[in-house]
Design a protein around this ligand. Structure first.
Ligand SMILES: C[S@@+](CC[C@H](N)C(=O)[O-])C[C@H]1O[C@@H](n2cnc3c(N)ncnc32)[C@H](O)[C@@H]1O
Length: 273
């Protein structure tokens, strides 16, 4: 088991990558920021069902990117704060909040170094979609998340399923070929990313470091941090395609095509302190 303290250089590479990706995301079709300014709510119905009525709640959105979900939760009445380690993303989030005329707070910090004033400060902490793979230390992450919750506070996550993350996304169409470890390994998966997942043609190239975390490792880390898991679901749908040959339904969710192995592509979990 590795500590985040052994991975500051890897985290710095990821931070540089996110700083270079974010300007391309702000104006992308993928993120469609104009519609958020016009009032679009970006919280998907799985997360929506978990967080319930957030009005009046002190809410922390962990790894908030440039703030779409954080701003949506503010509009739902939460006192929302977004945290992210990319200063470019946090600057873009603040600018977006101004354009949306909402009072959302954004703080630039690494998840492993969330500020002291977050301790016990939130009724709800949530995070979703494309977050855990950037983290070298799932135990440190769970401890950091739990520390931010007030007693009785709720934590919610919706994320790509670690089982589907083992398959090589560059394999031929329809082929599930193992490419990555299922259980956590301290050594990161090293990649050079050309373009970004949201803007593949973006003229940017950078080093990325990824880690997979088994479902049992995620749950065990949260239990070890003193949280009580109250719900855990595995889903056959995801808001984005892990493989280019996934199929988008009329509901906007992506699924493996008919005839593919029946595997979960997303999990969602709620826990309380
Ligand atoms: C895929 S995005 C999350 C996307 C978000 N669900 C959305 O739809 O906008 C992942 C975010 O995690 C942030 N991030 C990655 N590693 C981090 C770390 N160690 N601490 C804080 N933020 C981190 C990145 O800057 C990026 O904004």
């Amino acid at each position: 088991v590795s500590s985040f303290k052994d991975h500051f250089a890897d985290i710095a590479l990821n931070q540089a990558l996110w700083n270079s990706w974010t300007p391309h995301h702000v104006d992308s079709t993928f993120y469609d920021t104009a519609s958020v300014i016009d009032g679009r709510d970006t919280i998907d119905n799985v997360m929506s069902g978990m967080v319930g009525d957030v009005s009046g709640k002190r809410l922390l959105h962990v790894m908030c990117h440039f703030g779409h979900d954080t701003i949506s939760l503010t509009r739902r009445g939460a006192q929302a704060t977004g945290v992210d380690f990319s200063e470019v993303a946090i600057a873009a989030a603040r600018e977006l909040a101004t354009k949306c005329a909402v009072d959302t707070e954004f703080v630039c910090a690494d998840v492993y170094a969330m500020p002291e004033q977050f301790t016990g400060a939130f009724d709800c902490v949530m995070t979703s979609h494309g977050v855990l793979g950037w983290l070298p230390d799932i135990t440190g992450w769970a401890n950091a998340v739990a520390r931010c919750l007030a007693p009785g506070g709720q934590f919610h996550i919706a994320e790509v399923h670690p089982v589907i993350q083992v398959f090589d996304e560059s394999a031929p169409e329809g082929v599930l070929r193992k490419g990555y470890p299922y259980w956590h390994a301290s050594a990161p998966i090293e990649a050079v990313e050309e373009g970004t997942y949201a803007v593949p043609a973006a003229p940017t190239s950078g080093q990325a470091r990824y880690w997979n975390h088994a479902l049992s490792e995620i749950v065990t880390a949260l239990l070890g941090a003193g949280l009580r898991v109250t719900a855990l679901e595995e889903h056959s749908k995801l808001p984005w395609p892990v493989f280019p040959w996934m199929v988008r339904g009329d509901d906007g969710w992506w699924r493996l095509p008919h005839g593919a192995p029946d595997l979960p592509v997303m999990f969602s979990l709620s826990a309380s302190r």
